[in-house]
Design a binder for this molecule. Structure first.
Ligand code: TPP
Ligand code: MG
Length: 347
């Protein structure tokens, strides 16, 4: 709900010309984004793409950080040098915090970066205690999770990254999102195989396909893959069957998608489905869920209002910090309460 409300607020800001650049929605994909990230521990690494607002919210990124970034504020994570969810969080070695690397590319290059992060963490864990930071030995072995679109799984960068992770038995879990389109290219013109998870057969790693709008099913499959990766059994791929319910970005009216397809997927909205499950199993009442809806909506609006009033970057500094070095501080975002317990284990 929070992911959806943050994006709804962004749409309002976009229409007011306060968002700089494009606005990319994850409408219809919030369920898989949240449920996959939920299978991680707080100290793991995530490499979300533009459709993974839910993963960022799950790992505890404060919504204010997202609004700042989308409006290119000088207070934002990339200080107005970059946009949307291109954020980075590199915590100190012993901290009980996630590593977050935003989209370095939509089209596959993030897989080898994710593999590198997990491989680096494995090498650090093998260092003698005297060479490690306080608290580092208490952290569970790091698992990296990267999300990737169906279109991106056709690229060479994706293949190279996956093969490398498989051969090196890297603790990497890749979430391949079949959301039916890559911009206007339908899935049938993207793959000659029936299911996106079958891509992984070529790398010799475990793979499974799951109903991406069933949050509990997504969580179960992903958790299994995360647990085996953490135990040293190597990389895996989860294919999620879902639907991009808006155009590629706000400027795209997706006239190339048949209306019947959109109507069909509307019935399978992940939030509505999970709500039904929670009420049926008496985990929550309709009233409680209405309250959560109202609270998250108000929270998103309040965070947006804070960001609107913050300053743009100082023009005198625009040439600084564009590339590494040059007084570029280690980037961090503010983290708030997340579903993870204080000791970093999942709730
Ligand atoms: C080299 C390059 N070409 C084109 C683009 C523009 N682009 C960004 S995302 C995208 C489509 C990605 O489709 P998919 O992988 O299915 O992800 P989805 O948008 O459906 O989540 C394109 C064409 C780009 N970012 N980089
Ligand atoms: Mg796609």
């Amino acid at each position: 709900m929070l992911a959806r409300h943050v994006e709804e607020r962004l749409v309002i800001l976009f229409r007011q010309s306060k968002v700089i650049g494009g606005l990319y929605r994850s409408l219809g994909q919030e369920g898989e984004s949240v449920a996959t990230a939920y299978a991680l521990e707080r100290t793991d690494a995530i490499l979300p793409l533009i459709r993974n607002m839910g993963a960022l919210m799950t790992m505890g990124v404060r919504p204010l950080e997202i609004f700042r970034q989308y409006m290119a504020k000088g207070t934002g994570n990339s200080r107005g040098r970059d946009l949307n969810i291109h954020i980075v969080h590199l915590p100190p070695a012993g901290a009980n915090e996630p590593v977050i690397v935003g989209p370095i590319s939509m089209l596959g290059d993030s897989i080898s970066v994710a593999a590198g992060i997990a491989m680096g963490a494995r090498m650090r864990a093998a260092l003698p205690a005297s060479r490690r930071a306080p608290g580092e030995d208490k952290k569970p072995p790091l698992v990296a999770m990267a999300w990737i679109g169906d279109g991106a799984t056709s690229t060479g960068a994706f293949h190279e990254g996956m093969n490398f992770a498989a051969v090196q038995r890297i603790p990497l879990v890749v979430i391949a999102e079949d959301n039916k389109y890559a911009y206007s290219t339908p899935i049938a013109r993207q793959m000659a195989i029936a299911r996106i998870d079958e891509r992984a057969a070529a790398y010799g790693i475990p793979h499974e396909m799951v109903d991406g709008n069933d949050m509990l099913a997504v969580y179960d499959v992903t958790k299994r893959m995360v647990v085996r990766a953490r135990a040293g059994e190597g990389a895996a791929l989860v294919g999620v069957d879902t639907m991009r319910m808006q155009g590629h970005a706000q400027h795209d009216d997706m006239r190339y998608v048949p209306k019947a397809v959109v109507d069909e997927w509307q019935q399978k909205d992940p939030l509505l489905r999970f709500r039904r499950v929670l009420v049926e199993r008496r985990a929550a009442t309709d009233k409680e869920l209405d309250d959560v809806d109202r609270m998250t909506k108000a929270y998103a609006a309040g965070e947006a209002d804070l960001a609107v009033n913050e300053p743009m970057p100082d023009p005198a500094t625009v040439t600084r910090g564009v590339y590494a070095g040059d007084d570029f501080a280690v980037p961090r975002v503010e983290l708030v309460k997340s579903p993870f317990a204080e000791d970093g284990s999942s709730a």
